[in-house]
Design a protein around this ligand. Structure first.
Ligand code: ZN
Ligand code: ZN
Length: 225
């Protein structure tokens, strides 16, 4: 494959030739073997939001696959900031290997969007690359234009935990421009990383207001504990 020449595959964590995450480094990664309620962060059954935690415009479920710590954080960082977008295949592989049988049948896969300006400067939206892979894997349509981001915001990672939860600029930055494509659908809302999940919650809010029946957050790495 031509990308193997453009991106000679070396372990992003230790430099060993062959894979973006070699077997040795992968063995030190922590994967979730339980599911978390997206609203309260406590373990839950089958990825579903606890009944008591449910909000009309909140997430209905959450699927997260690895803990945001070394070496997974290096994979995320390399894709996001060092242009190694092909390493999205490592994220895809982890998600496919660990995709749970209890995940709902999604109608549509939507990535957390970037503003066109931000996407142009990075060259891609890594969440969208992951959403495309997930859509192929699940054989479900990927909708890249129904949800848009209209203004740039300070990256969540640079804010304190309290600031992230109350980030009103971020809250108002997502817009659903094709509600007819959202109405009545069960949607997987995809991102590469979630920390407080505020980004997912704000985007979910917009999709639910547009008439989505169910929205689940689906993330490769989650900062937990
Ligand atoms: Zn390695
Ligand atoms: Zn809960």
């Amino acid at each position: 494959m031509i990308l193997d020449y453009i991106f000679p595959k070396v372990c992003l964590s230790c430099g060993k030739w062959g894979e973006y995450l070699c077997a040795n480094c992968k063995s030190s990664a922590k994967y979730f073997d339980f599911s978390l309620c997206p609203m309260c962060d406590r373990p839950t059954k089958n990825g579903k939001t606890h009944d008591v935690c449910r909000l009309p415009l909140g997430l209905d479920g959450f699927l997260c696959f690895s803990q945001y710590a070394e070496p997974v954080s290096t994979v995320v960082h390399s894709i996001k900031y060092e242009g190694v977008f092909d390493a999205i295949r490592e994220q895809e592989k982890t998600i496919e290997e660990r995709w749970p049988a209890y995940a709902p049948a999604f109608d549509s896969i939507i990535a957390i969007p970037m503003t066109p300006r931000k996407k142009q400067s990075r060259g891609y939206n890594q969440a969208e690359l992951l959403a495309r892979k997930l859509a192929e894997f699940l054989r479900v349509p990927h909708d890249s234009s129904a949800l848009i981001k209209i203004r740039d915001t300070v990256p969540q990672m640079r804010l304190s935990k309290a600031e992230r939860v109350q980030n009103s600029a971020l809250k108002q930055s997502f817009v659903c421009i094709y509600p007819s494509r959202i109405r009545g659908k069960t949607i997987a809302l995809v991102d590469d990383v979630a920390t407080t999940r505020s980004t997912l919650l704000f985007a979910c809010h917009v999709l639910k207001k547009a008439g989505a029946q169910e929205v689940w957050g689906v993330v490769y790495a989650h900062a937990y504990g």
